[in-house]
Design a protein around this ligand. Structure first.
Ligand code: AHR
Length: 341
């Protein structure tokens, strides 16, 4: 049996918890509702962006580019979600955008396969889907409107063609050349494209031996771990093809710890991808031989695509961003100063 006084204490306790919950969640809810009302009043375009993760310098820059593009000042309301490298998180984010009835969905697919069902759901809800950075492998291409990203196959070919020229310059084009490859996320467009592109060039040279290609997930820690394994397994490695700068940083640490040297005057040539600022500095000092640019500044391109869709203009199925190839010869002070990532 409750005593009258302890009954009062319980009621006061419950009231206190309710007030606390209201302060914590209720006010947030009202702010959200108010904000959405304002978004509607301002006639802003609501964009749901599902970013695949934050594994690399490229990715951080890519996220910033999108966040700087879809601002209130530009007439947008951005709902952003980071999927932390998990496809199931991306699927959840996409479904939540559909249920919130956003105007556009933008997403960078972590891998190419497994998107049909959710893309069909978006299409049924009449929400245009724009792919960013990476692509999807779907039979029905009408499931997405367009893709803004890199030509990964061409990037891989650029790497191969650079190696061809470099070996010729060194009069080593007839000698046997041992290559190891640090690959990005298995099944991602960047991993697939760069592999296909590089292999196409490698296939023309009988003296190029790709000893092994192994996934290091586009991260520095994994790059170091996988490179250590390569160094233990293979005595003579001439070239490392590392499918992004983050893995390259880890690989260089592992090579140096093994007592070997890298770069222009070193034992092992380094071919990297992305060309983030710290990697370009290493290109300038001769630590990385060549860096194939992967341009993360896609926000402006995406803005243009949505503008076109809003005005009923026909958009193309694929837009490639501009990208360069950097060696010691063309990394200038100006380029380094301008690079913001
Ligand atoms: O899809 C682009 C790749 O993804 C970048 O090269 C890499 O750094 C990133 O994680």
């Amino acid at each position: 049996m409750f005593h009258k006084r302890s009954y009062g204490v319980v009621v006061a306790g419950i009231l206190f918890v309710l007030i606390l919950m209201f302060i914590m969640f209720g006010s947030r809810l009202f702010t959200d509702i108010e904000e959405m009302n304002q978004v509607e009043k301002d006639n802003r375009i609501v964009v749901g962006v599902s970013q695949l993760g934050s594994e690399s310098g490229f990715r951080t820059a890519n996220t910033e580019s999108v966040q700087n593009a879809f601002t209130k000042e530009n007439g947008y309301f951005l709902i952003y979600n980071n999927a932390r490298q998990r496809q199931e998180n991306q699927l959840k984010a996409l479904r939540s955008f559909i249920s919130q009835r956003v105007d556009y969905i933008i997403f960078s697919p972590v891998v190419e396969t497994g998107w049909e069902t959710v893309l069909r759901e978006a299409k049924e809800a009449e929400i245009p889907v724009i792919l960013m950075d990476r692509n999807v492998d779907v039979e029905d291409e009408s499931l997405y409107v367009t893709c803004v990203g890199s030509n990964f196959e061409e990037e891989g070919e650029k790497a191969g063609r650079w190696l061809e020229r470099e070996l010729q310059k060194r009069n080593r084009d007839q000698e046997s050349v041992n290559i190891v490859v640090l690959a990005g996320t298995e099944g991602s467009s960047s991993q697939i494209g760069r592999t296909v592109g590089f292999d196409a060039v490698a296939g023309k040279h009988e003296n190029w031996n790709i000893l092994e290609q192994k996934c290091a997930e586009f991260t520095s820690t994994k790059g170091k771990e996988v490179m250590r394994g390569f160094l233990r397994k293979y005595r003579d490695i001439d070239v490392v093809v590392s499918q992004n700068d983050d893995m390259t940083f880890g690989a260089i640490e592992a090579i140096r710890e093994s007592g070997r040297t890298v770069g222009v005057d070193g034992d092992i040539m380094i071919i990297s991808f992305d060309a983030v600022e710290s990697a370009l500095e290493m290109v300038a000092e001769g630590t990385i031989n060549v860096d194939i640019e992967c341009n993360p500044n896609q926000g402006e391109y995406l803005l243009r695509v949505i503008d076109m869709l809003e005005t009923g203009e026909q958009v193309e199925k694929q837009y490639y961003v501009e990208e360069d190839v950097f060696t010691m010869e063309n990394v200038t002070e100006e380029i380094l100063e301008e690079r913001s990532y």
